[in-house]
Design a binder for this molecule. Sequence first.
Ligand code: SF4
Ligand code: SF4
Length: 114
Amino acid sequence: MSDYGLLVDYEYCTGCHTCEVACKQEHRIEAGKTGGVRVIELLQELPGGSLDIINMPILTHLCYMCAPRIKKGLLPACVQHCLAECLKFGEMQSLVQEAPQRRKAVIYTFRYDL
Ligand code: SF4
Ligand code: SF4
């Protein structure tokens, strides 16, 4: 099992894209290119005609879980800047225990080579 992970409580993701901007600024990724996270918007018409919107932050292959920041005792940049507090970084054991308390959540795993 990976040692650390990122729990995404996507029920509360507003689709503000601040996590994308924070990641790109932290890792100096130029404008127009995708960084370590990309927020996908999924629109779905429900029975009865109402429209449901899901915003889902997806970690890309460029995400290395902010290893230099973690070494310094900081949070990953995306977690630090998510105003909705729907991103949580931590040890996998505690995230796995916490996930079932959320209504809509996913966990991304990562193993550091620090
Ligand atoms: S995860 Fe947070 S910062 Fe990223 S789009 Fe959702 S609410 Fe905004
Ligand atoms: S953990 Fe770091 S590298 Fe990964 S998406 Fe968040 S800010 Fe980008």
